[in-house]
Design a protein around this ligand. Structure first.
Ligand code: PGA
Length: 256
C-alpha cells in the first residue's frame, strides 16, 4: 500500500524566533521542487507564531509542537494547552518523545492522557516509542514496544489512528550518531505494524505511517526510506540546518 512519506524536523530546545525566520527563508529556497511528501517542523512553543507567519506564503509545510499538557487549562504553571496550540494554527503534536519520557518522567499513562487530549481538538499525533540499549540487549525490544503502544494508545479510536503517525526512535540512536541499521529499523517497524494490527486490524495497520528517528542524516535517508515499513523520518540534529533537512527529504524521496 502507498503511504505518503512524512518528514518532521524536531528542533528540540534550539532556535528562537529570529533564527526560525532565517531557517524558513533559507529552507524554502532549497525545497523549491517539492517532493511528494508531508513536511512538518516541530519548533519550540515560543517560535510557533513566527513559524506560522513565515510559512504562510509557502503553503504545504505544517507546524508541530513538541509537547502539550494533558490538562485543559487552569493552575498548571509552565504548561501549554492543546487549545492554545490550535489557536496559533499548530496541526501536529509530538507526544512521548524519549527525552520527555526519561528527563521529564512521562509514563505511558501520562502520554496516553496527552494523546487523548490532543485528539479532543483534532491535533494530529506524532507518537514516539523506542527502546533503550539495555532493553534491547536484554531481549526486551518487543515487550517494550508492545507496552508503549498498547498503553499509549489505550482508548484511542480508529479515527484517532487515522490522524496518528508513530515514530519509532531507538533511544540509543538519538543524537548519538549511531543509526539503527536499515534491517534493525525495518524489523522494529514491521513489529510495530503487527502490534497496531493486533489492536486495530489490518486496514489501519497498513495505512498508518511509521517514521524512523535516531541520527537520520542526508547520507542514510535513502537506505532507511527504501525499507518497506519505513514511511518517513523524525529528524533532530540534522534538521537544524536548512541544507541537511532538505537533503534528507530529497534523498529520502528519491527512487531507490
Ligand atoms: P537525532 O534526534 O536526529 O538528533 O538523533 C531524533 C529525535 O530525537 O527525534
Amino acid at each position: 500500500m502507498y503511504r505518503r512519506p512524512i518528514f518532521a524536523a524536531n528542533w528540540k530546545m534550539n532556535k528562537g524566533p529570529s533564527e526560525t525566520q532565517d531557517f524558513v527563508k533559507s529552507f524554502l529556497q532549497k525545497i523549491t521542487d517539492r517532493p511528494s511528501a508531508d513536511i512538518v517542523i516541530a519548533a519550540p512553543f515560543l517560535c510557533l507564531p513566527t513559524l506560522s507567519e513565515s510559512l504562510r506564503e509557502a503553503g504545504g509545510i505544517e507546524m508541530a509542537a513538541q509537547n502539550c499538557s494533558q490538562f485543559d487549562d487552569g493552575a498548571y504553571t509552565g504548561e501549554i494547552s492543546v487549545k492554545m496550540l490550535r489557536e496559533v494554527l499548530v496541526r501536529h503534536v509530538i507526544i512521548g518523545h524519549s527525552e520527555r519520557r526519561s528527563i521529564f518522567g512521562e509514563t505511558n499513562a501520562i502520554i496516553n492522557a496527552k494523546l487523548k487530549k490532543a485528539r479532543e481538538v483534532n491535533l494530529k499525533l506524532i507518537f514516539c516509542i523506542g527502546e533503550t540499549l539495555e532493553e534491547r540487549n536484554a531481549g526486551q525490544l518487543e515487550s517494550i514496544l508492545s507496552s508503549q503502544i498498547t498503553e499509549g494508545l489505550a482508548g484511542l479510536t480508529t479515527d484517532d489512528l487515522d490522524h496518528t503517525v508513530i515514530a519509532y526512535e531507538p533511544v540509543w540512536a538519538i543524537g548519538t550518531g549511531v543509526t539503527a541499521t536499515a534491517q534493525q529499523a525495518q524489523d522494529a517497524h514491521a513489529y510495530v505494524r503487527s502490534v497496531v494490527a493486533s489492536i486495530y486490524g489490518d486496514d489501519i495497520a497498513q495505512k498508518i505511517r511509521i517514521q524512523y528517528g535516531g541520527s537520520v542524516k542526508p547520507n542514510n535517508a535513502a537506505e532507511l526510506m527504501a525499507c518497506p515499513d519505513i514511511d518517513g523520518a523524525l529528524i533532530g540534529g540534522a534538521s537544524l540546518e536548512p541544507q541537511s533537512f532538505s537533503d534528507i527529504i530529497h534523498n529520502g524521496c528519491a527512487p531507490a
